[in-house]
Design a protein around this ligand. Structure first.
Ligand code: HGY
Ligand code: MN
Ligand code: MN
Length: 406
């Protein structure tokens, strides 16, 4: 918890927590986590994609690993637990093994993913995509809002754009992946439970939409002669909200909106907005995006604007491993608690990892479900339960692994 606070003060901004992919702030955060990894006897490296990886060897040096961890990057004005809590819980689990001088029939690798949020280059899961061979080289040309390309940022951070293929891991490298993460929702608090087992991660589509009208003088162009890009975008934002409200379980968000030229006395000529559509069922994401695409075309036509719709990323819903869910549930019951299963509306690196290994997630109650906000908070007692559950989870896998390999 102290390290969550310490990492929570390592930011690009003076007055809030923002720690994006491949930034100096991220480098400073890595140095603390690396120190902890080395202090408990882990071998540590940063892979070509910028992921920080510690390995706690097994009795057999070539054994596959149980992968634990989460991400260290954050959104803008973030809370201090979304991501770092999972990395630090994983390290606490390894520290406990090291303190007991215990080696397992499998290694444990703790990974701090380089970019789960996708804030800097608008593609989430950069680090985990590289790990599973899903990294798209075209992403390297993307530039951030200072015009720095991803390739340049990665190079400067100690990654290697030319060696991204080497970052790819094989299914045979792992026996599974487990991530401890705050729920980022109100369910566990409503159920009065400290932890829960994640069943699935919602399908998600991210779209970038550009509206182009005609900039003009705010004082001289009559209303009926305007091609106001922001008025068109605003009509779309309300249409998006209406579509989201029309289907149970669907969430539709416009989180970013930039206006150009952006002066108070100039009619907006160009507006770029982000669209984030999610649902536990793929079909609902597809139909919502279809409906919104058609409405965007209609709005543009009615207002004589041009509209460019660019799908940035689409991920289908991901089911967590039933077998690993059962091991987590058993571990929770061993702590004298009921095992409660719930889906995740938030995205996580398991969306990528599930392509090469079984994935499980343990949610930790967070106060009022607040996240992606500095008021993000967890109770120490709930984190203690999560740590105990993770220990039992690892011990159970070790017992079963030994039993399997006899
Ligand atoms: O957007 C998400 O769901 C996650 O926080 N990246
Ligand atoms: Mn997260
Ligand atoms: Mn997040």
């Amino acid at each position: 918890m102290n390290l969550c606070d310490l990492l929570g003060d390592i930011s690009e901004d003076n007055d809030r927590l923002t720690r994006r992919f491949a930034t100096p702030a991220m480098k400073r955060a890595y140095s603390w986590v690396q120190l902890w990894m080395e202090s408990i006897g882990m071998t540590v490296r940063v892979d070509a994609a910028g992921n920080l990886i510690g390995r706690y060897a097994a009795t057999n040096p070539d054994a596959p690993a149980l992968l634990l961890g989460s991400h260290l990057d954050t959104v803008r004005n973030a809370g201090r637990y979304d991501g770092p809590l999972g990395v630090l819980c994983a390290l606490a689990c390894v520290q406990d093994l090291a303190n007991r001088g215990r080696r397992l029939p499998f290694a444990i690798e703790v990974i701090a993913f380089a970019d789960e949020e996708g804030v800097r280059y608008h593609t989430a899961y950069l680090g985990s995509a590289a790990l599973v061979g899903a990294f798209q080289h075209a992403w390297l040309e993307r530039t951030d809002d200072q015009g720095v390309s991803m390739a340049t940022a990665l190079q400067g951070f100690g990654g290697d754009p030319a060696q991204l293929a080497a970052a790819q891991r094989q299914p045979s490298d792992f026996i599974g992946y487990c991530e401890v993460h705050i729920e980022q929702g109100p369910v566990l608090e409503a159920e009065n439970l400290p932890v829960g087992v994640v069943t699935a991660i919602a399908a998600q589509q991210r779209v970038s939409i550009v509206w182009v009208g005609e900039a003009g003088h705010a004082g001289t162009v009559p209303m009926h002669l305007r091609y106001d890009a922001l008025a068109g975008a605003a009509a779309f934002v309300l249409a998006a909200e209406a579509v989201g409200r029309a289907t149970p379980g669907l969430v539709v968000t416009v989180g970013q909106l930039t206006v150009q030229p952006g002066a108070s006395n100039v009619i907006p000529g160009t507006v770029t907005l982000s669209l984030d559509v999610r649902h536990q069922e793929n079909a609902h994401v597809h139909s919502a995006c279809r409906a919104l695409y058609e409405q965007a075309i209609q709005i543009a036509s009615d207002r004589q604007l041009s509209m460019e719709w660019r799908t940035v990323q689409h991920n289908n819903a991901v089911q967590c491993s039933p077998a690993l869910q059962q091991v987590l549930a058993h571990a929770i019951e061993q702590c004298g608690l009921p095992s409660y299963h719930l889906p995740s509306g938030a995205g996580h690196d398991s969306v990528m990892l599930s392509r090469i290994t079984d994935c499980a997630m343990l949610f930790v109650r967070c106060q009022r479900g607040i996240s992606h906000h500095p008021a993000e908070a967890v109770a120490v007692a709930d984190v203690a339960v999560a740590l105990r559950v993770l220990q039992i989870f690892v011990d159970t896998l070790a017992e079963r692994h030994t039993a399997f390999s006899r």
